[in-house]
Design a binder for this molecule. Structure first.
Ligand code: A2P
Length: 298
């Protein structure tokens, strides 16, 4: 998996997304992170086709990830086929279970269970619809449970990670199990402020240490955060539809954060999960609160 990718969550389908994908391919991105829940896979697929037809980038040059959404656990194959149709691809490089949650579940038990959903995802690998499978937003506890029965081990767990949410329990568990950590929202998930009513929470891009390190090195604060993410061993997938930022972000592949500055970012005391997944919780459901969703891990 190329360790640097373009996120597409919140990228509105249409011209701006298509232009941003073109910019990304031109400046060297080879990993695109998608999901059916982002409601823009048809736009991504249209651009893939155009770019492939132009001949500078081929299907084999790129890594495409997509995700099974919570409403689709009882129809894994159909959902995957719809994503393939929208993305205009024969096969995905990686298909993730987006959340360990099923829409509309009443009572304490997930239906289908995570095990049943995973087994359906394993069949997608058997049948060649996807090359590999993985998980997203899984705690260490839920990952460990899945490993107890998985015939095909998840290759990655995509979770929120940045210096304001180091997410150490799951990161350390997965890394010890050789499960790649893909860091979503490596710039601190600032959009959660508006989307999920998280106003007033300090922003990592404004953090004094991050800004000081950026000034010392002559980088932008975003570049400091992205370099930290890569040097932690994560795949990192910042979203942007701004061509200038798309270029700025991938420039980190040619940079190196010195050990001293890297360590400073490893020890910021303020910690917060911005995307807390509260939309998967509710009374009389498998996750009454976010504590059960994340198994109290921080
Ligand atoms: P934009 O698309 O306008 O660049 P995510 O948390 O899903 O990865 O989203 C990243 C957020 O950070 C988006 O709001 C994106 O907005 C913004 N962003 C991306 N790159 C940069 C950058 N280099 N500097 C500041 N903000 C950025």
């Amino acid at each position: 998996m190329p360790l640097f990718g373009l996120g597409t969550w919140k990228s509105k389908a249409g011209g701006a997304l298509e232009t941003s994908l073109r910019t990304a391919f031109e400046c060297g991105y080879r990993h695109i992170d998608c999901a059916s829940a982002y409601s823009n896979e048809d736009s991504v697929g249209k651009t893939f086709q155009e770019v492939f037809a132009e001949g500078n980038v081929t299907r084999d040059d790129i890594w495409v990830t997509s995700k099974l959404f919570n409403k689709d656990h009882a129809r894994v194959r159909d959902a995957c086929q719809q994503t393939l149709k929208d993305l205009q691809l024969e096969q995905l490089d990686l298909y993730l279970m987006h959340w360990p949650a099923v829409s509309g579940c009443e009572g304490p038990t997930l239906k289908p269970s995570i095990k049943e959903t995973w087994q359906d995802m394993e069949r997608l690998v058997d049948d060649g619809l996807v090359k590999s499978i993985g998980i997203s937003n899984f705690s260490a506890k839920k990952t460990k449970d899945l490993l107890s029965y998985a015939r095909i081990k998840p290759v990655a767990n995509q979770v929120e990670v940045h210096p304001y949410h180091r997410n150490s329990t799951v990161v350390e568990f997965c890394q010890a199990q050789s499960i790649n950590i893909t860091a979503y929202s490596p710039l601190g998930s600032n959009d959660s402020e508006k989307m999920f009513g998280r106003e007033g929470i300090p922003k990592i891009l404004d953090n004094e240490t991050v800004c000081r390190v950026a000034a010392e090195l002559g980088w932008t604060p975003a570049q400091v955060l992205l370099r930290w993410s890569l040097q932690k061993g994560f795949a990192t997938i910042p979203k942007s539809t701004n061509p200038q930022r798309i270029i700025e972000n991938i420039e980190v592949l040619g940079l190196e954060l010195p050990a001293e500055q890297f360590e400073k970012l490893n020890s910021l005391s303020f910690q917060i999960r911005m995307l807390d997944g509260n939309f998967t919780t509710g009374e009389n459901t498998p996750y009454p609160t976010i504590r059960e969703l994340w198994d109290d891990e921080v």
